[in-house]
Design a protein. Structure first.
Length: 408
């Protein structure tokens, strides 16, 4: 049983992850822990016990301190929420300097400057999807007709992957983001299929280079093998494809759902200059993922808050809780679309801060601005309780379908 070093008080482990609340609700246990025990001993479904960190200051420490390692989780029977072990090989499972070496190769493609180059194309795609919604007629499923195809098309075009081949990585991401209850062999099979596809796609691009990110990565690998191995090249492509659409698609759908349920869509449509600020607040307020976060392993004894995390112990930084930290945000339980100061951790923090954050922000902002402009009377086509939810996933929250309507 764990104790706080200063007080020597036994700390009873809590079962984690917490029971899911209602769809986008944040489990109330997080607020209780922030107030009473921000570094809490927890019992995971697999691998034993670890530490759950809930306040923003300590969460940022875990995300940014090199003594907390992602690489140490690879193929390790550590406390975790899913059955399978972390297979490793991807950028999410690396520590600096290896992580930094690979991240530098893609950081330019997702920089603010390069994303701005892509903004007209993103706006064009949004316009095409809106036109498709009008052609289909009210009501439509916003997920199938808008929020999912937008980021899929963008990331496919950036990597030079035909949109017709999206099923390879969509199936993989569905399994990975499901997290709980998915057999390890199913994940492995989907990963093998996507890896084989990417290897063949890379071979075609190597023979006939294109003006896209994948061709740039191939050139970097071929010019200097020390920068990127062939295996790393394939794995990086898999990671970018799988992660480059799922979270953004759900963020768009969740944002629209929240605005419509809370009756804030009309007000925001009347003040389009507030879109950027509103999008940041929606990112803070809406728990995109479930209770789980990618764990870290302490590589030495570390004092965290009032607790000593021992070498080899697993730590779970709860970014969803950090985004409601009362010491950082005024009235964090209030959705304030004009919140002036918003240092949320929706995209993480430290070395693993999401490299695609600027692309996701741009897609979300352009999507919301266009939808609210083109459909100022947009509304749910069914009562909120009847919106079908993604029940098979613990790592990503969002509606499976989002029926919306408008006046012709």
């Amino acid at each position: 049983m764990a104790t706080t070093p200063e007080q020597g008080i036994p700390q009873q482990p809590m079962k984690y992850p917490f029971p899911d609340g209602h769809r986008l609700d944040v489990p109330p246990e997080f607020a209780e822990l922030r107030a009473k025990c921000p570094v809490q001993r927890v019992e995971l479904p697999y691998g034993g016990e670890g530490w759950l960190v809930t306040r923003q200051a300590e969460v940022k420490t875990v995300l940014g301190d090199p003594r907390f390692s992602r690489a140490a989780t690879v193929q390790a029977d550590i406390p975790r929420t899913q059955e399978w072990l972390n297979p490793g090989g991807d950028i999410l499972s690396l520590d600096p300097p290896e992580h930094s070496r690979i991240r530098r190769l893609i950081s330019g493609a997702f920089s603010r400057r390069n994303v701005e180059v892509w903004r007209p194309r993103i706006a064009e795609l949004v316009g095409e999807l809106v036109a498709g919604m009008r052609a289909a007629g009210s009501p439509v499923d916003l997920v199938d007709s808008f929020s999912m195809p937008l980021p899929i098309t963008v990331i496919c075009e950036m990597l030079g992957v035909p949109a017709s081949d999206q099923h390879f990585f969509q199936r993989f991401s569905e399994l990975v983001f499901s997290g709980v209850g998915v057999p390890a062999e199913d994940v492995e099979a989907a990963s093998d299929a996507l890896t084989s596809y990417l290897a063949e796609h890379i071979a075609r691009h190597r023979a006939e280079p294109q003006n896209d990110l994948l061709s740039e990565l191939i050139a970097a690998r071929d010019e200097d093998e020390g920068r990127l191995s062939e295996e790393e090249l394939v794995t990086l492509g898999v990671t970018v494809l799988a992660a480059g659409h799922e979270t953004t698609a759900n963020a768009i759908a969740n944002s629209v759902l929240t605005l419509l349920v809370d009756g804030l869509g009309t007000e925001l449509a009347e003040h389009p200059e507030r879109i950027d600020t509103a999008a940041e607040e929606l990112l803070r307020f809406i728990p995109l993922g479930g209770s789980e976060s990618l764990p870290r392993i302490a590589t030495e004894d570390v004092t965290l808050g009032e607790v000593t995390v021992r070498e080899g112990e697993a730590v779970f930084p709860a970014m969803v809780s950090a985004n409601f930290d009362e010491e950082v945000f005024t009235d964090p339980q209030v959705l304030d679309l004009e919140r002036p100061h918003n240092p949320h951790l929706a995209f993480g923090f430290g070395p693993h801060f999401c490299p695609g954050a600027q692309l996701a922000r741009t897609e979300i902002r352009v999507a919301l601005a266009t939808l609210l402009r083109e459909f100022p009377d947009l509304r749910l086509a069914v009562p909120p309780a009847e919106v079908p939810w993604r029940e098979d996933t613990a790592l990503i929250r969002g509606p499976r379908h989002l029926p919306v309507a408008w006046h012709p």
